[in-house]
Design a protein around this ligand. Structure first.
Ligand SMILES: [Zn+2]
Length: 300
């Protein structure tokens, strides 16, 4: 499946609904409230796309229990937005999406965050394993004021940590600080202890590093960027950070603390699906739309 924007599911609401239904319920419509297959489609114009469960008597649509629930934006626009965001290497701003979809900025903003939520894995790790190398690195995002003389105060810096399996997946986190306890918490739950851990020489890694098969460190100060014939490096993680800063933060300019982790999830999602086609990636994002409800206020 490729990302063909001329596909009618991106313009025709009935086709969009049919596409989502087939995608979500390949073995027949299932009630999202009780799991029953005993359902029927309701008739009438006003109840288009509505099902009734014969067991629990609840009504539902293909949006029920997904990040698209209770949104007044037509489903074909959701599908298009999901495809555009999945296909865009550098990320897509809400402003750009609002122009492309002909919706308000506010609606587009909510859509982008819900789609990021769909891209967020429901469980993380473990990455790495036997004979695998996992790199860990930290960076700071934000905190630069271009014109300090007029700025009231310098924006807050946010610490971000990324853990990346050289041959596999990556998971990034917005962290409060780079203290040993904080880093341990993330490494413990994300990385298999059977891996070789590569980090910089930050003292915070000392203790937890000892719990891995091997812990190798890169000493940046000594300009020792790659030891052992190029094996000891954290270039994968560093490269991800520099791309992230250029692409994601170049597109979105300022990102608030509350939403930073969602941008990181989108960034990881694209890295972890880097071998897929745009269409396959979008299909995976759509799958992830299910089983997640967002608690923030609706745009309408
Ligand atoms: Zn039911």
């Amino acid at each position: 499946m490729t990302c063909d924007l001329t596909n009618p599911i991106f313009t025709d609401e009935a086709k969009a609904i049919a596409h989502m239904e087939a995608d979500r319920w390949p073995d027949g419509v299932t009630c999202p409230h009780c799991g029953s297959f005993n359902t029927h489609k309701m008739g009438g114009q006003t109840q288009a796309g509505m099902f009734l469960c014969n067991d629990c008597r609840e009504k539902f649509t293909v949006r029920t229990g997904t990040v698209f629930e209770r949104s007044h934006i037509p489903l074909h626009k959701w599908l298009l937005a999901t495809h555009l965001m999945s296909a865009s290497k550098k990320g897509m701003s809400a402003l750009q999406l609002s122009r492309m979809l002909g919706i308000t900025y506010k609606s587009a903003w909510f859509m982008t965050h819900r789609i990021r939520e769909a891209m967020t894995p429901s469980s993380v790790g473990p990455i790495g394993g036997e004979n695998k190398v996992v790199e860990s690195d930290e960076t700071y995002i934000g905190g630069k004021t271009k014109n300090r003389a007029y700025a009231k105060k310098e924006p807050k810096k946010h610490a971000v940590m990324t853990l990346v399996d050289r041959d596999g997946d990556s998971h990034s986190f917005h962290i409060a600080n780079v203290k040993a306890k904080t880093l341990r918490e993330k490494i413990e739950t994300t990385v298999s202890r059977k891996s070789v851990l590569m980090t910089d020489e930050l003292a915070s890694y000392g203790k937890i590093g000892g719990e891995f098969v091997n812990h190798l460190t890169v000493n940046h100060g000594a300009k020792e960027y790659a030891r052992l014939g190029g094996f000891v490096h954290i270039n994968t993680a560093e490269c991800r950070f520099s791309l992230m800063k250029r692409a994601v933060f170049g597109t979105h300019h300022s990102i608030s603390e509350a939403h930073l982790s969602r941008y990181l999830a989108e960034w990881d999602f694209k890295f972890n699906t880097r071998k897929m086609t745009d269409g396959e990636r979008a299909a995976l994002a759509l799958k992830g739309a299910e089983g997640k409800r967002l608690t923030y206020r609706q745009p309408h």
